[in-house]
Design a protein around this ligand. Structure first.
Ligand SMILES: [Zn+2]
Length: 356
């Protein structure tokens, strides 16, 4: 089998029932009772109501990247937005937004299915020894779970955890890390980072339980140690196991000013570049290549310079009236980057798997 790299964007999560970036605020307020903690949601609402005028009517929200980018710009320049929303207030609302994003995604995980990912892995790798090479632009752990389940079912001789290519300290993970590559460019819901000593741990929250035996085992162990994600992410959460500082999630927020300086994230980006350079085929699922995602665009442009467009499959799931590559905004962006002979699929993730 050709050395294939599969890249998952937000559309792949959507196919499994997860929210797109711009749906996160809506879902947060729809599930306020479950999400709210220490008035974070209230603070976000107040900030939006006082500073933005969403175009979709009273009940709509400004696009999340726009909202975060405005706050990040002000914080970076040490500005106030106005008399009330000074730099300190903006930092507080930014922290509240980080929590809201984490809480919504964590909450939504309960409803997510891994079926599409599992079928894809099965079709591509069940009858050969090729090692799966995946890149995810999403925080969710659908690919992680699908890989663990795939290994349990088809490669029982192989340690089940995907290799994240970053320095995870959790003993259960280190003892059972397998060969499949999974590079999570924007971080992961199940990672905890210590900003003091750089320790990175993998953990699980209650909502992620029972997908795969090995994950269940990891969770039980964490629970016995009082180290579940819930415990560690509560406002006055568990300290780092090495140095006692407070740990935090690793999620690169959707803003124009994405900060990739976390040392583990930097290393993952380096590994992704290397992985793309040796790819003989690339399948990109559910990624619309937005203009503001310059870093990803640049990574793909450089890393895939050796690959002919006929070796690149783009799987989109927009309305059928836009099937023609030339009339589809996403298609046009990919065409501009890689040429007109890319393989362009517009029937969605599930239909693409059936075609394989
Ligand atoms: Zn530490």
């Amino acid at each position: 089998m050709e050395n294939t790299v599969i890249i998952f964007g937000a559309g792949a999560t959507k196919a499994c029932g997860g929210p797109m970036t711009n749906e996160i605020l809506r879902r947060a307020f729809d599930n306020a009772a479950e999400i709210e903690r220490e008035d974070f949601l209230t603070r976000v609402r107040e900030f939006i109501d006082e500073n933005f005028f969403p175009s979709g009517g009273e009940d709509s929200f400004p696009p999340l990247p726009l909202l975060i980018s405005v706050i990040d710009t002000a914080i970076d320049r040490k500005h106030s937005l106005n008399q009330k929303w000074d730099n300190g207030q903006l930092i507080a609302v930014r922290e509240a937004l980080d929590y809201v994003i984490f809480a919504v995604l964590n909450n939504e995980l309960r409803k997510l299915q891994t079926n599409c990912y599992q079928t894809l892995l099965q079709k591509l790798y069940a009858d050969n020894d090729a090692i799966p090479s995946l890149i995810s632009l999403n925080y969710d752990i659908i690919a992680d779970n699908a890989l663990a389940i795939f290994n349990e079912r088809h490669r029982c001789h192989e340690p089940p955890f995907p290799n994240y290519h970053c320095d995870i300290a959790t003993p259960t993970y280190r003892n059972k890390v397998g060969h499949a590559h999974l590079l999570k460019l924007h971080g992961s819901l199940n990672w905890l980072y210590c900003p003091s000593c750089n320790r990175l741990d993998v953990g699980l929250s209650n909502s992620e339980r029972s997908f795969a035996k090995v994950l269940e085992e990891l969770y039980s162990q964490q629970e016995a140690e009082g180290n579940t994600m819930e415990a560690r992410l509560s406002c006055h959460g568990r300290p780092c196991r090495s140095c006692n500082a407070e740990v935090q999630p690793v999620l690169i927020s959707p803003t124009y000013f994405k900060d990739y300086r976390n040392p583990h994230i930097s290393r993952i980006w380096y590994e992704a570049d290397q992985m793309l350079r040796t790819a003989e085929r690339v399948i990109i699922i559910g990624y619309s290549l937005p203009d503001d995602d310059l870093d990803v665009l640049y990574l793909l442009k450089r890393g895939l310079a050796h690959l002919g467009p006929e070796k690149i499959d783009i799987v989109d799931s927009d309305a059928p009236k836009h099937r023609n590559l030339n009339h589809h905004p996403t298609g046009q962006r990919y065409q501009t980057l890689f040429g007109p002979n890319i393989n362009w699929h517009t029937n969605g993730f599930e239909a693409f798997i059936e075609e394989l």
